[in-house]
Design a protein around this ligand. Structure first.
Ligand SMILES: [Zn+2]
Ligand SMILES: [Zn+2]
Ligand SMILES: [Zn+2]
Ligand SMILES: [Zn+2]
Ligand SMILES: [Zn+2]
Length: 363
């Protein structure tokens, strides 16, 4: 007690972006060695008065206050003496000695002087900046450049994964380190693959259930018996599988390209569904093909693509709604592609118009 304090006593707080710093004059004389949370008990009356005055002043400015007793360089950790030059960043949290400020390597993101061992080799970022970088959902690495969003995935992806990794056949995102490779060559991400339905009995049951829902809700009933074929991708016939191979990656990112088919072969009707789809997509695809089957029975084969596919999508949407697959429904409704997304929109407008007409006729 009684000796002068060493180090800097400053009351600091960012105020309107500036640092309010009240230096030593206040405490020098009372001789307290360290900050005491209850200084009024041990402070000289004089210092006490000054402290109270200051506290009231700062309160009036809406500031809370904090103490820093000594200054240490954030990079080298050495204490900075009173008469040495130093640098402080705006929020006051980091202080740099002159040497580190001039010579230490800088973080590639915040550009602040940083100790060499706290700089990440791959990105050149300090550990704080590194922790804030988004991470690629496929490779897990921090993304320094552009982070790619995919419409149907929560995560973000790095450019490298986007360009080099295979895209999930179902949802279109670059697959992660673990993924599914189906025997027919389809690559499916772990999210989609873990929900996939492979059991023919379950696929059969889904088709039946979708048909029941459509018959009940929309009164579309099939009279011609059909065979359900559970297919691998390349079983769909040379023309279609060729088409699939030439699909550009961007188009592939569309959720649910045709994932099934309907055909009449030698007078026999066939509904083809792909195995290995997640249940919501299986329902969507079953309903879509059921709608095509109904179109075929009702001589609507020559429809223009937007009406043909839009109708099938519209039927599929009804089934997704009934089943409570709202995520898949949202995806279906958001599609903008021709003829599925554009066709669906046309059908929806048509449907609304009919409903309005009906209501007006009732009046
Ligand atoms: Zn330093
Ligand atoms: Zn940084
Ligand atoms: Zn990546
Ligand atoms: Zn997927
Ligand atoms: Zn279709």
């Amino acid at each position: 007690m009684g000796s002068h304090l060493r180090g800097r006593f400053c009351l600091s707080r960012a105020f309107n972006g500036r640092l309010v710093t009240v230096s030593r004059f206040l405490y020098n004389r009372c001789g307290l060695q360290t900050w005491n949370p209850y200084p009024e008990r041990r402070m000289s009356p004089q210092c006490m008065d000054r402290r109270l005055f200051l506290a009231v002043m700062l309160e009036a400015f809406g500031c809370a206050f904090a103490f820093s007793v000594e200054l240490r360089c954030s990079v080298c950790g050495i204490e900075i003496n009173e008469n040495e030059k130093y640098f402080r960043i705006q929020d006051g949290k980091q202080v740099f000695c002159e040497r580190c400020f001039k010579e230490a390597p800088r973080c590639s993101i915040c550009k602040l002087p940083t100790a060499q061992d706290r700089i990440d080799d791959a990105t050149g970022a300090c550990s704080e900046c590194l922790a804030r970088l988004p991470r690629c959902k496929a490779c897990g690495k921090p993304i320094l450049g552009t982070a790619y969003h995919y419409h149907y995935s929560q995560g973000v992806y790095c450019a490298e994964c986007r360009n080099t990794r295979p895209a999930c056949y179902v949802c279109g995102v670059p697959v992660g380190n673990t993924y599914w490779q189906y025997p027919d060559g389809r690559t499916v991400c772990s999210d989609c693959g873990s929900r996939a339905v492979f059991d023919p009995v379950e696929i059969q049951a889904t088709m039946k259930d979708a048909g029941r829902i459509i018959a009940r809700r929309l009164n579309l009933k099939l009279t011609r018996p059909y065979v359900l074929v559970i297919e691998r991708l390349h079983g769909l016939g040379p023309a279609e599988s060729d088409q699939r191979e030439t699909v550009r990656p961007d188009e592939k990112a569309l959720y649910g390209n045709e994932l099934g088919a309907y055909r009449l072969k030698d007078g026999k009707a066939e509904v083809i569904l792909l195995y290995g789809l997640p249940p919501d997509l299986l329902y969507e695809s079953a309903a879509h093909e059921y709608a095509h089957a109904w179109q075929a029975e009702n001589s609507m084969i020559g429809l223009e693509p937007e009406l043909r596919e839009g109708f099938a999508q519209w039927v599929a949407a009804e089934v997704l709604r009934e089943k409570g697959y709202l995520g898949a429904l949202e995806k279906l409704e958001e599609r903008r592609d021709f003829p599925y997304g554009t066709g669906y929109r046309r059908l929806k407008i048509l449907h609304q118009r009919i409903v309005i007409d009906m209501m007006q006729q009732r009046k």
